[in-house]
Write a protein that binds this ligand. Structure first.
Ligand SMILES: Nc1ncnc2c1ncn2[C@@H]1O[C@H](COP(=O)(O)OP(=O)(O)OP(=O)(O)O)[C@@H](O)[C@H]1O
Ligand SMILES: [Mg+2]
Length: 507
């Protein structure tokens, strides 16, 4: 046989494109060689060496002649090592080692020189996309990717260990059971309980509201008052992910090559990159357009500790993904889009030395330092934060108090019921939480009675609220009403929401 065609796929970010690997063997050629055409990257080009060795070391040999491998469609870039397997299978078919109809399968996997199949990244988006196509084709992939296959429903997947195993299966010499569907249960562990945080009832309440309505929140306070400690306890009060959310987040981890053994990201992510991190690390990009921290935090929390210490370009680059819930990474010839729906939690000191406004320790900064420090967060960036909390120093009597605070699980119960209320109200608008409401929706969903109107009017005047901040106050008030189990936003909800506006630091 001089021609073979094998089905596989290629990916651009989370999009999956079908690819056919065509093999043509010119048996009359004088020079025996392999040419790979069809916009493959360097890794694909190197494939020929791995495939050649893998075939030889598995005892099959390469078809004799000049071989042309075409990756169709030829105008789409292909990258990564998972084309090794379909190329090798094409050669086996051209060499008549496997003769059965291969059209029933889609192949992908990397080959070792000894013919073993190696795990590849980005398998979950591929499997989810194939499972939706419903053309009855099965999938053959490396055994180490089987765990990812287990979480996908309605797709027949066979996991193979090496080329010999594959040939024996394709020729019907050995039988194989498809990978069994077994979605692991989702969970949301409380690794650190919110009751460990002494005092700070106001900040804890703010954290609860933020979590309930998915509002972005900022904690500001002097060194050692417990900002980091509280922020790290937010995952414990978050509700469990839905399966839809878990699969969405898992796809990103799969593409980033960060998926652990479970095959599924089961808990909401909590990402806390260091303030020296680059824009690429936070936003995503690089030669392979990998997802950044904002996408790895999708459906979870992005915690930026010591926020003003982050590079200015990083802080500014966050604005668009926060607004859109997705990030577009442009590369030479294509753009890749990843989701980035996260709850932003930031923590900072009030000034460079940290003690501005403290009632014991004196601040050693000049007023210029204090202003410059706080101005590192631009107005538009601040506009994306709904709740601001100033945390005072912890008093000794609070620290020594034996009063036992509410546990994370107790708080989570309220958060969950508030989220259910929001979902029922907002689902038909394609939204999940109050923070995502548009201006129009806020007007419709959070109307105020006459006392509330008056209170708001006064606040606009006294607190100099802008149009955007009025909306934010109303969204937060809506969440407070949800936590209260109230259908209407009452004046007390609005009054509480107004307390979470930013207090300016003016030295
Ligand atoms: N409210 C608190 N309740 C119990 N322990 C606390 C509290 N605040 C601080 N601590 C203790 O102090 C340690 C430091 O707190 P944390 O790291 O949260 O401070 P911070 O506000 O983030 O300070 P910095 O501005 O220096 O980052 C905590 O690990 C904890 O042991
Ligand atoms: Mg800290």
């Amino acid at each position: 046989m001089n021609y073979a065609g094998v089905k596989t796929v290629t990916t651009i970010g989370l999009s999956v494109i079908p690819v056919t690997v065509e093999i043509d063997v010119d048996r009359k050629a004088v020079i025996y060689d392999i040419d790979i055409v069809g916009l493959g990257d360097t890794v694909v080009k190197e494939s020929k060496k791995r495939v050649k060795s893998a075939l030889k070391n598995s005892g099959f040999g390469v078809p004799q002649g000049r071989i042309t491998v075409n990756l169709a469609p030829s105008d789409v870039k292909k990258e990564g090592s998972y084309l090794d397997l379909p190329i090798a299978v094409g050669m086996l078919q051209a060499a008549e080692v496997v003769s059965k109809d291969l059209d029933r399968f889609v192949f992908f996997g990397e080959l070792g020189l000894d013919g073993t199949l190696r795990k590849v990244r980005g398998v979950l988006p591929i499997l989810l996309s194939l499972s939706k196509q419903d053309n009855g084709a099965g999938v053959i992939l490396p055994i180490d990717n089987a765990r990812e296959a287990r979480v996908v429903k309605g797709l027949t997947v066979y996991a193979v260990s090496d080329l010999k195993d594959l040939v024996s299966f394709l020729n019907g010499y050995s039988k194989k059971s498809p990978v069994e569907f077994a979605q692991p249960e989702l969970r949301q562990e409380v690794s650190a309980d919110i009751s460990d945080v002494k005092g700070h009832d106001f900040a804890k309440r703010a954290a609860e509201i933020a979590t309930a309505g998915l509002h972005n929140i900022s904690f500001r306070g002097s060194p050692g008052c417990g900002k980091t400690m509280l922020a790290r306890r937010i995952p414990g009060i978050l509700p469990r992910m839905t399966m839809e959310e878990a699969l969405e987040t898992t796809m990103i981890y799969s593409v980033a090559g960060l998926l652990g053994d479970s095959g599924l990201v089961r808990e909401r992510p909590f990402r806390s990159p260091h303030h020296t991190a680059s824009t690429t690390a936070i936003i995503g990009g690089g030669t392979e357009a990998r997802p950044g921290e904002i996408s790895l935090a999708n459906n979870g929390v992005l915690f930026l500790d010591e926020f003003p210490e982050f590079r200015k370009d990083v802080i500014e680059a966050l604005r668009q993904p926060i607004e859109d819930g997705a990030v577009t990474i442009a590369r030479a010839k294509l753009t890749v889009k990843y989701p980035s729906k996260f709850m932003l939690v930031v923590a900072q000191n009030p000034c460079p030395c940290g003690w501005y406004g403290d009632n014991v320790q004196e601040c050693g900064c000049t007023w210029r330092d204090v202003r410059r420090y706080n101005r590192k967060i631009s107005g538009p960036m601040e506009d994306r934060i709904d709740i601001f909390v100033d945390m005072p120093r912890l008093e000794f009597k609070e620290y020594a108090s034996k009063y036992s605070a509410e546990s994370s699980l107790d708080v989570r119960k309220r958060v969950e019921s508030a989220r259910t209320m929001q979902l029922e109200r907002l689902q038909s608008h394609g939204l999940r939480s109050n923070s995502q409401m548009s201006h129009k929706l806020v007007q419709k969903i959070a109307p105020l009675d006459s006392t509330g109107q008056k209170l708001l009017e006064n606040a606009i005047d006294k607190m100099k609220l802008t149009g955007r901040s009025i909306d934010k106050v109303l969204k937060v008030a809506r969440t407070i009403a949800d936590l209260d189990g109230e259908e209407k936003v009452l004046p007390r909800h609005l009054a509480e929401a107004l307390q979470y506006r930013k207090k300016t630091v003016d030295a």
